[in-house]
Ligand binder design. Structure first.
Ligand code: PLP
Length: 415
């Protein structure tokens, strides 16, 4: 693929230069049609049995995107009190919110209890605390299926080397803690990690958790977690995650399970990245081009505070270069450059030694697949402003959906 932007007509009636002029640079731009399409994809991973997709909002928690998720029939996962509060603000009823925290305080658990939000406990110690706070109540537990998956060690959240979940050999202890407090374990969940393109490890984990589910008399739901990948190398032909193949194989596992246990629970999944990722592009401007000793650098305003993934996970994002509102064609000549931001860190690199069209000062850099773990991880490091977010709606027009920070915002917490 030469250009993703052109192939999906990402900017519709808008123009990148106009957007940056109006809303400032850098800028997160989302495309409503693409995001809704991915929401519809995850809503129907399983059609044969009762099934719900929980959007994991840490991937992108813009209020307008949450409202879209609600309209598209998704439920949501929350990791913190702040995320629960935001979901309530977006209009989600308590029963559509699933709290899946890790190492939270008594106060945070109490907040969920007071708001009738079902909570999954992911350690024996948090289960014990929850029992004390909510005796006779309902809860879920997060089980480590023993198999992890993901694009980087830092995002593998199951298996032998993770802080998350209750190990399989502690399930009996968990059940006895629940009994002690008359807690009813109504569901079990897992999450193996983030960004897998091969469904096999995920299916292996599903097989394991279905096996663990047999230890419970009857569960209201079994939740398989998220992690479905997106093709970050789409310009060099990487294919999308094959949901059809997953549906077929997972449905078979569910058939076997339902037949064996003799009842049908609700099945759930928790996609985050897949929902928001491809519908988001980060735009920024080239402020300087220079050669330092032997290496050519393209200096942009897209610092690591704006998009943390490359420095945090060595992640790859495809880049396109825009000049006079058109994507610059690679046939006009390419060179190898290192694209960096404006933060005072040597690790502040968006793309290391990447072959790109020859870039000039004032060009626009478009970072693809920036809709997930982009803005939601942004910070004010170096006293920089987090950017605005705009949504290109189904009619092709842009609306501001989050204002850019102001310096007043940055300073207002000082006494
Ligand atoms: C982060 C997270 C998800 C979503 O992961 P993605 O890779 O974004 O799909 C789902 N469930 C839990 C518990 C998570 O922590």
């Amino acid at each position: 693929m030469d250009s993703y932007i052109n192939s999906v007509d990402f900017f519709k009636n808008t123009k990148p230069e106009t957007l940056l002029k109006e809303y400032g640079s850098p800028l997160y731009v989302y495309n409503e049609s693409i995001i809704r399409q991915s929401m519809r994809t995850v809503a129907k991973i399983i059609t044969k049995y009762p099934f719900i997709s929980n959007y994991s909002i840490k991937a992108n928690s813009n209020l307008e995107i949450l409202k879209m998720a609600l309209e598209e029939g998704l439920y949501c996962d929350a990791m913190s009190e702040g995320e629960i509060r935001l979901l309530l603000l977006a209009g989600f009823p308590a029963e559509k919110i699933f709290f899946v925290p890790n190492n939270v305080s008594r106060e945070e658990l109490q907040f969920a209890i007071d708001n009738s939000i079902l909570t999954s406990l992911d350690s024996l110690s948090q289960l014990e605390l929850y029992g004390q706070l909510n005796p006779g109540g309902k809860c879920a537990i997060r089980i480590n299926p023993g198999v992890g998956a993901g694009h980087h060690d830092k995002v593998v959240t199951a298996g032998k080397n993770t802080k998350f979940a209750i190990a399989a050999n502690d399930i009996d202890t968990a059940i006895s803690i629940a009994d002690k407090y008359d807690l009813k374990i109504v569901g079990i969940n897992q999450h193996v990690g983030s960004l897998f393109m091969d469904p096999e490890p995920f299916l292996a984990s599903c097989r394991n958790i279905l096996h663990f589910a047999e230890r419970f008399e009857r569960l209201d739901f079994i939740d398989f977690g998220g992690g479905y990948g997106v093709p970050y190398h789409k310009l060099s032909g990487e294919e999308s995650f094959d949901f059809n193949a997953l549906t077929e194989k997972l449905t078979k596992l569910l058939d076997e399970f339902v037949e064996k246990v003799g009842y049908t629970p609700l099945f759930k999944t928790e996609p985050g990245r897949f929902v928001a990722c491809e519908g988001g592009i980060l735009l920024g401007k080239v402020n300087a081009v220079k050669t330092n000793v032997d290496k050519k650098f393209v200096g942009t305003d897209i610092g690591m505070n704006i998009l943390m993934r490359p420095v945090l996970y060595d992640s790859w994002h495809d880049l396109e270069v825009i000049r006079q509102n058109e994507v610059v064609d690679r046939s006009e000549g390419t060179e190898t450059v290192t694209v960096v931001g404006n933060i005072c860190e040597s690790g502040d690199i968006i793309a290391n030694e990447r072959e790109l069209p020859v870039i000039q000062k004032n060009d626009i850099i478009a970072v693809l697949d920036a809709g997930a773990y982009g803005y939601s991880m942004a910070s004010n490091y170096n006293m920089r402003l987090r950017p605005a977010e705009v949504m290109i709606d189904r009619n092709g027009n842009a609306t501001l959906i989050r204002k850019r920070d102001t310096f007043e915002d940055l300073f207002k917490q000082f006494l």
